[in-house]
Design a protein around this ligand. Structure first.
Ligand SMILES: N[C@@H](CCC(=O)N[C@@H](CS)C(=O)NCC(=O)O)C(=O)O
Length: 357
């Protein structure tokens, strides 16, 4: 199925959903006194996912450490792990997911048209995206934009890029931040635009631009795929805030909660020291907070419309946030990214998940 037929299917689904939603709203109005607060038109994605038997997850077409397919089309990365985590929360099965690779320019249409249930694609949370395209459920990687150059160029600061060719991907925050940065720094901006990582990497390595700009995690990922990573340097300047996070469609609070609490589960599990290898042991369930997280106490899964062991299943199959981070982008991987601001708040970082209560 090509993209346009998928979109057509999605449009049709949207119409069916809208009619369904209308019928449900009529019944909600008629029987509103009997209906619980959140039981309204918003809860249909979870139902659709359950009846389909898998989560359809949009992700990058190829970004090492975030979403990288092997020769069998099997994805690994921080973002693909998150898709699997949601599948584990809903189905206790990390394989119950269909990956839909998307370019930067395709991602929001795919979400709003209903082609995917969830977008986990190194996407920066901004105000206009939030208002126009959907809900960001949290942040799975705090990033900032930077520049990469070849060491041979002799460039050591982004302030030396006046009138130099800059490789940029279209339809990104990258594109907009670079304009601001050159303006504020009173330098001439000479962008060279591309649509995909494959194209930009080829152009950068072929010397079509003096520098490449994107999220610094994206630069680390790209650098790792170049023929001589050591010959390239990520410059020290961080020119923007790029809180990267998963998105869902607006107006579906219940599904948004399933996805949001899956991320919170992974972060809280790290804070409690609960890992794939100890999750089933009673020690991991010893504290009241851990017992709630793992579904031994309370009915928190039921509140979401899924199994009470939802979070235990996420940790069993995918691991806590730190396990996913270290496996995909951490210091021992080719990306070599230190946790930095992505440390837990208890270690001086920004990761702070609300409690399960
Ligand atoms: N975080 C930025 C940039 C995201 C982005 O798409 N970055 C580039 C480079 S890391 C990318 O993934 N390109 C791959 C593609 O579009 O295929 C945004 O949300 O706009």
């Amino acid at each position: 199925m090509n993209y346009s037929t998928q979109r057509f299917g999605a449009e049709r689904k949207k119409i069916i959903k809208t009619v369904g939603a209308l019928l449900i709203s009529v019944s909600t109005v008629l029987f509103s006194s009997a209906a619980p607060a959140q039981s309204n038109v918003q809860s249909n994605t979870l139902q659709e996912v359950k009846s389909r038997g898998k989560v359809v997850c949009g992700l990058n077409k190829g970004l090492k450490g975030f979403a990288e397919a092997n020769s069998l089309g099997d994805y690994s990365g921080l973002d693909s792990d998150f898709c699997r985590a949601v599948a584990s929360a809903v189905f206790n099965d990390p394989k119950a997911v269909e990956f839909v690779p998307l370019t930067a320019g395709e991602r929001f249409d795919a979400l709003t048209a209903g082609q995917i249930d969830l977008l986990a694609r190194n996407t920066t949370w901004t105000m206009s995206r939030n208002i126009e395209y959907g809900e960001f459920i949290g942040v799975n990687y705090y990033d900032g934009q930077g520049f990469m150059v070849s060491k041979r160029s002799g460039i050591r600061s982004a302030l030396e890029l006046d009138n130099k060719g800059i490789c940029v991907i279209k339809d990104t925050t990258t594109e907009l931040n670079a304009i601001d940065f050159f303006k504020v720094s009173k330098m001439r901006y000479r962008p060279v635009y591309f649509d995909t990582n494959a194209e930009i990497n080829r152009a950068y390595e072929g010397g079509q631009c003096a520098a490449m700009t994107t999220d610094r995690s994206g630069l680390a990922a790209t650098r790792a795929t170049l023929s001589r990573p050591d010959a390239h340097l990520v410059l020290p300047e961080v020119i923007s805030k790029e809180p990267l996070g998963p998105m869902v469609r607006a107006g579906d609070a219940n599904w948004g909660n399933v996805v949001r609490w899956t991320l919170n589960c992974m972060i809280n599990a790290e804070e409690m020291g609960i890992t794939t290898s100890n999750v089933s042991r009673s020690a991991a369930r010893a504290t009241p907070a851990a017992a709630r997280l793992l579904g031994v106490e309370g009915e928190f899964g039921s509140l979401l419309g899924i199994d009470n062991a939802w979070c235990a299943n996420v940790i069993t199959h995918v691991g806590n946030y730190s396990e996913s981070y270290e496996r995909n982008v951490g210091e021992s991987t080719p990306l070599g990214l230190a946790r930095g601001v992505n440390r837990l708040w208890t270690d001086g970082g920004l990761l702070y998940a609300p409690p399960i209560r």
